[in-house]
Structure formats: C-alpha cells, structure tokens
Design a protein around this ligand. Sequence first.
Ligand code: HEC
Ligand code: HEC
Length: 318
Amino acid sequence: MNTSKQVNAMIGLLGLLVLVLAAYAINEGNRMEAAREEILERDIVRGSKMFVNNCRSCHGMTGKGSEEGAFAPVLHNDSFLIIDEHNQDFEATPAGDAAKIRTFLRTTIACGRTGSPMPTWAERYGGPLSDTKIDQLVTLLTTPGAWEIYNEISDEHLEEVYPDIHDHAEAFQKDTEATLVKLADVPTLTVTEANCGQYTGTTAAEFRVRDPFVPKGSAPVEGVATSKGKGPVSGPAVKGIAVADFFRANCAVCHGQNRQGGVGPALTPARLTQADEFYANTIANGRPGTAMPAWKTTASLSDEDVQNLVTYIKTVNP
Ligand code: HEC
Ligand code: HEC
C-alpha cells in the first residue's frame, strides 16, 4: 500500500469510527431512557401492590375516595401529578412545585394526619413502611398514567382472591364489600393523635385543587397555590380559600361532596333550621364524643371564618 492509500484508508476508518460512536451515543440515550422508564414502572407496580394492601380500604378501590363510596379523600387525583421534562404535550412542573407536592405526600403518608384516622405509615415513627416504600407510593400518586398500571395490579389481585368468579364486575363488587371501611365504622377507627406531619386538612387544601396540565409554550406559573390559575378569592373566604373550596377540602370527607351527609349529617339550608349561633358553636368547638372536630383549635379558624361557613351551609343550596 502506498502512503496516499494508507491515508485514505485511515480517513475512511476514522469516519467509520465517528459513525459508530455517534450511533452508540444515540443508542445509549435510548437505553438510558428505557432504563429510566423500567425503574419508574417497577416503582409504580410496587406502589400499586402496597396501595391494594394498605390504602384502598379507606381511599377507595381505585383511589377515587368518596366518588366510589370510600370515606377518605380521593388520591387518584390529577392535582397530585408532576409532569416531567420528557412530556411532549405539557410543560414540566416547576421544580419548586414538584418538591412541595412530593414533600406534602411523603410526610402525610409517613406521619399520618393529626385528628383524623389517617394512620402513621413510616417505620421510623412506628409504622410498617420503609422510606423507599413510601417513595414508591408517592411515585404512584405523582406519575401521569400510573393509575392504569394500578388497575392491572388490582385486576391480578382479584383473579388471585376470587379464582372461581369469572365475571369481573361481580368479583369487583364482592371485593369492594369485603374491603371498604363502612361509613358506620369510621367513628370506631383509631384517630392519629400526634405525629411528625406539619400538614392539616386546611394546609392540604391547596394541593387538592391544582391543574398540572400547562400546555407546551405557555409560561409555567410557579407556586402550588397559584398554579390552579385562580386570582385572589372574591366571595366569602375561609383562611383565604373560597368557602366552597374550603368545605370541599375539609368537610366533604364526612358531610359528603354535595353536603348530602355521610359520617356527619346533611348540611343543607332545608335541614339547618336552628339559629346561626348553634351551628357556629358546633363548627368552632366541635361535638365532643363524636367525629366532629373543633375547627377553631384544629385549623385556627377566626370567628369570621366560622360565620362564613355557617352562612354558606345555611343559605347556599348544593
Ligand atoms: C384507616 C383509614 C385510612 C387508611 C388505611 C389510609 N388513609 Fe390516607 N387518609 C385517611 C383520611 C381520613 C385522610 C384525610 C385526613 C383529613 O381529613 O385531614 C387521609 C389522607 C391522606 C392523604 C392526604 C390527602 C389529602 O388530600 O389531604 C394522603 C396522601 C394519604 N392519605 C395517603 C394514604 C396512603 C398512601 C395510604 C396507604 C399506605 C393511606 N393513606 C391509608 C384515611 C386513611
Ligand atoms: C371527621 C368527620 C367530620 C368532619 C371532617 C367535619 N364534620 Fe361536621 N360533623 C361530624 C359529625 C359526626 C357530626 C354530628 C355530631 C353529632 O352527632 O352531634 C357533625 C356535625 C356538624 C354540624 C351540626 C349539624 C347539625 O345538624 O347539628 C355542623 C354545622 C358541621 N358538622 C359542620 C362542619 C363543617 C363546616 C366542617 C368543615 C369545616 C365539618 N363539619 C367537618 C363530622 C365531621
């Protein structure tokens, strides 16, 4: 081989090397993406199994809370979703918001909620779950599409528990009856007395009403409370939250989404015939010996907050 042929061959080889490296780099990107998705899916599957065994009895067979006859709040809720930077259609959730949502969910699950039947789950506070497992539950609650995987896990569970019932609806019905905590049993549940969690029903409210889906191209709004896209509250408010939103976030769990009653009685104008003071006193101080909390102390409501709630339930029809 003469020199110029050697040089040509070298150049050819170098070119080939560049191509091979480029192909490898592209493939490596794909492989990393595939690995990332595999880990995510594995966590969602594990979180789903835990949800089947530990959470659905109170939060609903599909996490839909009171919408499916459960007494604890909905957890299969778009409001908890975190959009990542790989999403094609929607803006990624601002990092600050994503961190706040994860902290809210992680500490609520780890610690339970004072004054409610939400149990303490973290091993380090005497509960049954490790931090890794709690994170897998948080992944289930925050990943778009995760509840579809949950539904598959829940169906597998049905097939294991009821191998002889081939009708899915019938097996689901039977499982629901066996699993869901009945409203009548709620007052007998153990109430979490003290814990590590800094969240209450009131501070939880802002996390339940956000809209995570910001179309690509529109400027993302930082701040969990404002990301729901509402301006300052104009009508009567309780702790700065519109009274109806406050009710939905804090009272509906016992009095029903449409105030039709549940653990507590129906709260509609037609039913509430006593004087304002009577109901204001109930809301402020609770009813000792019943599940009705004293809102003045548990959520530090002002007299005006309490009166706004009374006016709302006595005058606004659901
Ligand atoms: C014994 C019933 C019960 C069980 C079991 C239970 N929870 Fe709860 N959970 C509740 C109640 C009641 C609340 C609402 C407390 C309140 O009104 O402030 C709650 C609140 C929550 C919240 C906060 C939601 C919000 O909107 O404020 C999260 C998150 C949560 N639970 C996750 C879980 C997970 C995950 C499990 C399973 C590991 C679980 N819960 C098991 C009763 C339960
Ligand atoms: C954990 C369950 C629970 C929650 C949460 C709850 N309540 Fe109650 N509430 C009850 C129960 C139970 C009663 C009935 C107590 C009794 O038997 O006297 C009651 C009674 C009441 C009454 C008296 C109704 C009547 O006819 O005498 C009012 C008013 C009321 N609740 C308002 C509220 C408001 C407003 C909120 C939210 C800020 C709220 N409740 C949250 C359980 C709850």
